[in-house]
Design a protein around this ligand. Structure first.
Ligand code: KG4
Ligand code: ZN
Length: 355
């Protein structure tokens, strides 16, 4: 149930305070191992290992990802402790990504986290990865108390979701993708263009040099709050085939124009849905989060959308857009405030809906 007016702000304020406990957060849902240590809400240290092995395959190879997590997780923990100037016996809780994500990757992080908490005799907190992307807003701004609930758009490599966010622990999904996620669309187009994985940042970089009007890609007609991106991907393929069969050579300029045009198409689909949902629900705050919220075109368009309607705009700093241990640790702090510790027997969940 949604509260109104002052009641909402009171609820949000109440949940934002966290006590000063030291919480470790372990993220291992996909290809990066990231561990952060928070004292209350203050980031004491964060350390990550990026997996470069996938770049030559044009996407994450799950078996390689889980093996790399196994190799990285102990050194990443040591790195985080060193950064934080903290000893293991000072940690008071271990939060970890229980799902959704790649099963093998989740297995490594969750088994490690649960064993660590059990051996230290401290509580463990299973965290929902997609909820944690939203929680990243409270990491970026400790005093975040939106005027009203936020209409929040999560755009990552595996998910695209529109959510009504009433607090860091109270959110509801109102729309999702029917096929590819926004990040996946960026990555697949990049692969077609021969760019390395992850393709999103590459498309973003090259788009800045190209003409967004150079090509017209078909945007899907999807009713309501749901999304579809597979048509955009096919449309890029068709346009490329047609252009190249007409004798046009692949050049840097051509690639830059395709990147600029596809980025503009994806951003306008996302912005259209965000605007319609916020208007329909009468929201005065909008937010984006997840890896694709690092995209410069999307960040600019969301700012412009906010200015157009006089809405508050929430965009995380770059370090909290893509997967990070801090958002997991802060989710653990909120879970601890609400006495929601998990148990040793909780297996990872590769598929897990926000309920
Ligand atoms: O949230 P995230 O780090 O991991 C998942 O939970 O999936 O998101 C990764 C996705 C990848 O698809 C990557 O290409 C995309 O975020 N991404 C970007 C940018 N930076 C990362 N997409 C477009 N522009 C960017 N600057
Ligand atoms: Zn993510």
């Amino acid at each position: 149930m949604m509260a109104s007016g002052q009641e909402q702000n009171a609820a949000i304020d109440g949940l934002v305070s966290v006590s000063n406990r030291i919480m470790l957060g372990i993220e291992s849902s996909c290809d990066d191992t990231s561990i952060a240590i928070l004292k209350g809400r203050e980031l004491l240290g964060q350390f990550a290992a990026v997996q470069h092995i996938h770049s030559k395959y044009g996407g994450v190879v799950p078996e390689f990802a889980s093996r790399a997590h196994q190799a990285h997780i102990v050194p990443v923990l040591q790195g985080a402790l060193k950064e934080a100037g903290c000893r293991l016996d000072q940690i008071e809780g271990v939060a970890y990504t229980r799902g959704p994500g790649l099963h093998g990757s989740l297995l490594v992080g969750s088994a490690f986290a649960r064993s660590l908490a059990w051996s230290l005799g401290i509580p463990m907190y299973p965290v929902h990865h997609m909820r944690a992307h939203v929680v990243a807003h409270w990491m970026a701004d400790a005093t975040l108390t939106p005027r009203q609930p936020m209409m929040a758009l999560t755009v990552s490599g595996g998910h695209t979701q529109l959510l009504e966010v009433r607090s860091p622990t109270d959110m509801e999904v109102i729309g999702t993708t029917m096929d590819d996620a926004a990040g996946e669309a960026f990555d697949k187009v990049a692969k077609m263009l021969g760019l390395p994985y992850p393709g999103g940042p590459e498309v973003d970089r090259l788009a800045a040099l190209g003409n967004p009007q150079a090509f017209r890609f078909t945007a899907p007609k999807m009713e309501g709050h749901n999304f579809s991106f597979s048509g955009v991907k096919t449309s890029v393929l068709r346009v490329l085939e047609k252009t190249l069969s007409g004798g046009v050579e692949v050049s840097d300029a051509l690639i830059q124009d395709v990147c600029a045009s596809v980025q503009s198409t994806i951003v306008s689909i996302l912005i259209g849905k965000l605007e319609a949902a916020a208007l329909e629900k009468g929201m005065k705050s909008i937010a984006i989060q997840g890896g694709v919220s690092a995209n410069s075109g999307l960040r600019k368009a969301v700012q412009e959308l906010g200015q157009k309607h006089q809405w508050d705009v929430h965009i995380p700093p770059f370090c909290y857009c893509t997967d990070n241990g801090a958002m997991i640790a802060l989710s653990g702090q909120f879970a601890a405030e609400n006495s929601q510790a998990g148990s040793l027997g909780e297996a990872p969940l590769a598929r897990w809906q926000i309920t």
